[in-house]
Ligand binder design. Structure first.
Ligand SMILES: *[C@@H]1O[C@H](CO)[C@@H](O)[C@H](O)[C@H]1NC(C)=O
Ligand SMILES: *[C@@H]1O[C@H](CO)[C@@H](O)[C@H](O)[C@H]1NC(C)=O
Ligand SMILES: *[C@@H]1O[C@H](CO)[C@@H](O)[C@H](O)[C@H]1NC(C)=O
Ligand SMILES: *[C@@H]1O[C@H](CO)[C@@H](O)[C@H](O)[C@H]1NC(C)=O
Ligand SMILES: [Cu+2]
Length: 173
């Protein structure tokens, strides 16, 4: 039983590896120049003991934060792979007199709704005021694809690039 379980884990991890490598192929050719863009390691002292262990704190969009007019699919592709227990940090200004077009964060239920920016069955994870200050934190703590999108303007923000998908990847210990 335990052996079958182990084998299944290895198989799933291999599939994930293939998907991840496939989606970041272009970057292998470009070289490692942009690999740590926007990625912050929270537990620095811990990393000295074991460079692989410890979860990361990743600012979505890097210095562009979570904004209109930025292509997050492209961002996710160049910043892959993402790992189990990585924390995604979404930073966006709350609504105000000077910010009439705020953002939000939704999780779409499947690839089909993601491709179409169909928000009907989406689950809101952060409203327009939760991205201020240090930002809104979301931990990738499940083995599943996450389809993120901005839910504002009836899907228009999503269609304009404010969406991306990540599949957290297991680390080898
Ligand atoms: C990384 O996080 C630390 C602690 O939160 C912060 O002091 C530092 O400025 C951050 N670095 C980058 C590049 O965001
Ligand atoms: C993820 O974090 C949870 C809670 O902190 C912990 O129990 C779990 O072991 C972690 N999993 C991995 C794969 O690091
Ligand atoms: C957004 O969510 C926060 C936390 O749940 C809540 O305090 C706040 O009133 C909400 N804001 C709006 C505009 O819905
Ligand atoms: C974002 O980039 C992806 C991959 O390069 C591309 O397929 C997509 O059309 C772009 N989206 C927008 C809204 O420009
Ligand atoms: Cu938006």
């Amino acid at each position: 039983m335990a052996l079958i379980y182990t084998k299944m884990c290895i198989l799933i991890t291999m599939i994930a590896a293939i998907l991840t490598i496939g989606s970041s192929n272009a970057d292998f050719q470009k070289g490692p120049r942009n690999w740590n863009f926007g990625i912050n390691h929270t537990n620095e002292p811990f990393r000295h003991k074991n460079p692989i262990q410890g979860s990361r704190r990743i600012i979505v969009g890097g210095s562009d934060n979570w904004r209109f007019g930025f292509n997050y699919t492209e961002w996710a592709r160049t910043n892959a792979p993402f790992f189990f227990n990585d924390t995604l940090v979404f930073k966006f200004d709350p609504p105000s007199d000077s910010n009439a077009h705020p953002h939000s964060i939704y999780l779409l239920p499947n690839l089909w709704s993601f491709l179409r920016c169909d928000l009907r069955w989406a689950k809101r994870v952060a409203n327009t005021s939760q991205g201020g200050g240090e930002g809104f934190e979301f931990v990738l703590n499940k083995w599943k694809p996450y389809y993120f999108a901005c839910g504002e303007s009836n899907g228009f923000h999503c269609q304009s690039g404010m969406k991306f998908f990540v599949m957290p990847f297991f680390r080898w210990y």
